[in-house]
Write a protein that binds this ligand. Structure first.
Ligand SMILES: CC(C)(COP(=O)(O)OP(=O)(O)OC[C@H]1O[C@@H](n2cnc3c(N)ncnc32)[C@H](O)[C@@H]1OP(=O)(O)O)[C@@H](O)C(=O)NCCC(=O)NCCS
Length: 301
């Protein structure tokens, strides 16, 4: 294996390797060591989608990682920055980030920061902060239905299951919502997701995907021009997963959608901060047009 760089920390000598060259089981063990829910398959999806680096110690243990997914020519979504708890606060996280920046020179960088990492990213120059709520819990569609009786949400149009032939419409909506060509992400998401679309005047105007992730399923991405449309395309997923673990990550500004999630059994469990370096990430092409109501995941954005 080719050595990319070396770092001495304490008594450790760390070597940087291409993340695809290390045993995926060691990557999983590292994310478990910081309490993250990713399964082998969640790691595999990211390895298929992006690139990254693994810091390996003298006896081959993976003690740090960073990945990035390229959307279009100039955007890098940074994710999976992890260092082994016993190695933290000694510079390994910063070292990994600096290498990721070097290898993506000239790109705009986006990421979703945990509480632990926010200070580090700020000190690296990241800004454009936006709060993202992680809502999760046992799906309870009946709870939302009883709330609906008091506050009905009416949406015009037809809601149906997404079909393979909808792919181009979904990509068009995602591009309008984010400003980036994320077709590479959809190549990985669509085969493992079930989708719902909202059709109005013969055109798909909103959609949601739902797939296995971590302890259960995640609803995301959801792209819609309004929170009511987003709720309309999400209900079927809550019903399909009644009684089991469901998660969605949504910008905190989406209060109606967050109320829908909480009312459906997904409590606000934690928050992350969307941050960027160079330029604001994921800007809708038109202010009143489609936007991201839920993320595909914190890693994918
Ligand atoms: C977030 C995380 C990756 C940071 O990794 P790390 O190895 O601790 O990162 P660093 O040591 O480079 O930097 C952390 C802080 O320690 C400080 N530090 C660095 N070297 C130090 C040293 N020798 N002595 C004391 N402090 C030091 C840094 O200044 C930095 O503080 P700052 O943010 O104010 O600049 C790590 O805590 C982690 O894996 N957490 C769990 C997973 C996670 O949340 N990942 C982030 C995903 S967005």
């Amino acid at each position: 294996m080719e050595t990319i760089a070396r770092l001495h920390i304490d008594t450790f000598e760390l070597t940087l390797r291409d993340i695809r060259e290390v045993d995926p089981k060691l990557l999983h063990a590292l994310s478990v060591s910081v309490g993250w829910p990713h399964r082998d398959n969640d790691w595999q999806m990211l390895l298929d989608l992006g690139q990254g680096l693994a810091a390996v110690d003298e006896i081959g243990r993976v003690v740090g990682t960073v990945m990035w997914l390229r959307y279009g020519a100039d955007f890098a979504m940074v994710c999976m920055l992890i260092t082994l708890p016993r190695l933290q606060e000694q510079g390994a996280g910063r070292w990994l980030m600096e290498k990721a920046h070097e290898l993506n020179e000239g790109a705009v960088f986006g990421l979703n920061a945990t509480r632990e990492a926010k200070r580090l990213y700020r000190s690296l120059g990241y800004g454009y902060e936006q709060k993202i709520l992680r809502c999760q819990g046992e799906a309870r569609p009946e709870a939302f239905a009883s709330g609906m009786a008091m506050h009905p949400v009416k949406v015009e149009g037809l809601i149906r299951a997404a079909a393979a032939s909808d792919r181009e419409s979904l990509l068009r909506l995602d591009l309008a919502a984010t400003g980036y060509d994320r077709s590479i992400a959809y190549q990985a998401l669509l085969p493992v997701s079930r989708g719902q679309v909202l059709v109005r005047n013969d055109e798909i105007v909103a959609f949601s995907l739902c797939r296995p992730f971590g302890r259960g399923h995640v609803i995301g991405p959801i792209i819609a021009a309004s929170e009511d449309d987003a709720i309309a395309v999400s209900r079927a997923h809550v019903v399909a997963h009644a009684g089991s673990f469901l998660r969605a990550d949504t910008p905190a500004s989406n209060t109606a959608f967050t109320n829908f999630l909480v009312g459906s059994g997904m409590q606000i469990h934690d928050s992350a901060t969307s941050m960027a370096f160079g330029r604001a990430p994921f800007k809708p092409l038109t202010p009143a047009g489609p936007r991201r109501i839920a993320l595909a995941s914190q890693a994918i954005g």
